[in-house]
Each structure stands twice: as structure tokens, then as C-alpha cells.
Design a protein around this ligand. Structure first.
Ligand code: DGL
Length: 281
């Protein structure tokens, strides 16, 4: 039996990313769970996170999580691999007990790695990620834990997020950088059969990535995986499910220009999206 405190006001599910990338996660989560409320927060003013130090990514992510908690969120998803790699564990183990032990922050790396086992046939996994995610070694560690027989090859793509944040993802200039990093990954092992887009911005470059990755390899995006894993999480944690409000709303917050964000989010979410500007500190 669920014994939720009746004084607790249900709140929206918070979705956080350094910028636009988390929209690729939000879109799939909303598709799968349309009745829930969401607050999306993009720290566009300080993106990209991928080239920043551990301390800074942790500090920025914690500020965002606290902001979303202040907005009434009980559950926050870090829809950002860099933040999941560099800040999630410290926030879960150190900060949450101090802030409010009943709130939860979840990341995107573990659910992605859990899924890989069902996808790869030969166990040769390629990961594209930001420099921060790649340097953290998080994917290798999680894959070694869950699938010790697999071989993991990582490739950092420092230019891919700036291309997306500057709305250049579908322009010819993007081809150069996508081809370069794809060649670098497949030079490590030509038999990679599964490529994970280990950064939530990268699905916005999907057509170009698909074009340069050999046809023998599948290219996996995280949106559906995270949506599926969230549904499963809420089933296993009915006490948290009860704290998630449901009126089908979605609010967009950005630390940069709200007009640019609204345009991008409307296009991407395929519905009108009006963003508001906020300041994190
Ligand atoms: N979208 C983020 C990720 O999944 C981070 C991008 C960045 O700000 O560098 O890693």
C-alpha cells in the first residue's frame, strides 16, 4: 500500500540539460507519458558543458537541480550525459541527503548501458560523447560492470555540441566534423556493430552521423531508452509516481535568449513552445 504524505504537493518532472540536447529526451518521454507535467531547463547561456571541468559541471548541475526542486519537482532527470557522468553520483550521494532525501535525481548513462546487451550482437560498442563524458570513463565503467565480455571504444566529439547550439547541425560545415570523428571511432575497430550517441545533443546530427557510420553498424539514440526506463522506474517506485503531477503541461526555461529557445523547441517538439528566461546561481 502506498502511504504518500497528503501534505506533499505533486510537481512536474524536471528535465535538465546544458542546452537543447535534452529536448531529444523530453520529446520521447512526453510521447510515452503525455499525461504528466514537465519542466525543461536548458542552461544554454553556459553550454557547452562537455569541455568544462568536473567542478564546474557539478556546480552548474547542482544549481539547476536546486532550481527545479524550488519549482516543485520531486524527480529530476539529468538529460545530459556530461552532467550524468560528472555530477550525478555526487549529487545523489552527497547533496540529496542534505537538501531533501525524498527527492530523486536520475541520469541517462546507466539506463543506456542496461539496454546495450539487447542490442549488440558482437559486443563491440562505439560511444560518441563530449570530451567530459569520454574523459570520465563512465561508459567503460558501466559497460564493464553490466557486460564484462563487451569491448568499448569511445570517441570524443568536441565540435558537435557547438554545431547544434549554433543551429548549424544540418549545414554542410557539420559534415567535416561528423566524418572526422566517425573515421576516428571506426579506426579503433572496424567491427563495431553498435554506436551509442552518448550525448543528448547528437540526435540532432543523426542524418549526418547515419551517413558516415558504416551501414553494418546500428546507431542508437537515447530518447526511447530513457522514456522506457522512466516508465519502469515509476512502476517500481509508486511513492514517486504519486508525487508527479499530471495535467499534460510542459514548461520551458532557459538561461539564454528565450525567443531563440522557443523557436528551436517549437520546431523540435512539433508544438508551440514558449520559453522563459531564468538565472541560475
Ligand atoms: N547534451 C549534453 C550531453 O548529453 C551535453 C552537451 C554539452 O553541453 O557539452 O552530454
Amino acid at each position: 500500500m502506498i502511504t504518500t504524505d497528503k501534505n506533499i504537493k505533486p510537481g512536474a518532472i524536471g528535465i535538465f540539460d546544458s542546452g537543447y540536447g535534452g529536448l531529444t529526451i523530453l520529446r520521447e518521454i512526453r510521447k510515452a507519458m503525455p499525461s504528466y507535467d514537465y519542466i525543461y531547463l536548458g542552461d544554454n547561456a553556459r553550454a557547452p558543458y562537455g569541455t568544462r571541468s568536473f567542478d564546474i559541471v557539478y556546480q552548474f548541475t547542482l544549481e539547476a537541480v536546486k532550481y527545479l526542486f524550488d519549482q516543485g519537482c520531486h524527480l529530476v532527470i539529468l538529460a545530459c550525459n556530461t552532467a550524468s557522468a560528472k555530477a550525478l553520483r555526487t549529487i545523489q550521494q552527497h547533496d540529496l541527503p542534505l537538501i531533501d532525501g525524498s527527492r530523486r535525481v536520475l541520469g541517462v548513462i546507466r539506463p543506456t548501458v542496461e539496454k546495450i546487451g539487447e542490442i549488440s550482437k558482437n559486443g563491440n560498442i562505439g560511444i560518441f560523447g563530449t570530451p567530459g563524458t569520454v574523459q570520465s570513463g563512465s561508459y567503460e565503467m558501466e559497460i564493464a560492470k553490466l557486460h564484462p565480455e563487451f569491448h568499448t571504444y569511445t570517441q570524443s566529439c568536441p565540435m558537435w555540441v557547438p554545431l547544434v547550439e549554433n543551429l548549424e547541425a544540418d549545414k554542410p560545415g557539420a559534415d567535416y566534423f561528423v566524418k572526422q570523428e566517425t573515421d576516428n571511432l571506426f579506426t579503433q575497430n572496424a567491427n563495431i556493430d553498435t554506436v551509442i550517441l552518448g550525448c543528448t545533443h547528437y540526435p540532432l546530427l543523426y542524418p549526418k552521423i547515419r551517413q558516415y557510420v558504416p551501414q553494418s553498424a546500428q546507431v542508437i539514440t537515447q530518447g526511447e531508452i530513457i522514456a522506457e526506463s522512466l516508465i519502469d522506474y515509476l512502476k517500481r517506485h509508486p511513492e514517486m509516481d504519486e508525487k508527479c503531477s499530471r495535467s499534460g503541461s510542459c514548461k520551458y526555461l532557459t538561461t539564454e535568449n528565450p525567443d531563440k529557445f522557443s523557436e528551436m523547441a517549437s520546431l523540435f517538439m512539433n508544438e508551440p513552445a514558449i520559453a522563459s528566461r531564468i538565472t541560475l546561481s
